[in-house]
Design a protein around this ligand. Structure first.
Ligand SMILES: [Zn+2]
Length: 108
């Protein structure tokens, strides 16, 4: 994962990454998901959704996405071309560059 990806501040991927990094920061500050969900900026968003988002799993509802200041584009369902074999795939996390065949998600 490269930090330089965050500099593309306008892209849906960057908005997702920024929301994710913010959550991870709050977690590293020692807050529980419930405590984070209780913050005013996350009103109407459940602790489970925040936890999912921290793992790169996007909320699907427009209402939740609006609250999290994500674009209405669902980043992860966009097809992407694998950087190694050029196969089309749907990334399970937004920063994935290789298809699951070239780079299986759970293994090295
Ligand atoms: Zn591939």
């Amino acid at each position: 994962m490269s930090r330089s990806e965050l500099r593309h501040a306008q892209s849906p991927q960057a908005a997702l990454r920024a929301a994710q990094e913010l959550l991870l920061k709050l977690r590293s500050d020692g807050l529980t998901w419930r405590q984070i969900a209780a913050r005013p900026e996350y009103a109407g968003v459940t602790a489970g959704m925040l936890c999912d988002l921290s793992h790169g799993i996007e909320p699907k509802s427009d209402e939740t996405r609006r609250r999290l200041k994500l674009s209405t584009t669902i980043v992860m369902t966009e097809q992407r071309v694998c950087a190694r074999c050029s196969r089309l795939f749907i990334p399970n996390v937004p920063w994935r560059k290789l298809c699951p065949i070239c780079s299986p998600p759970e293994k090295r």
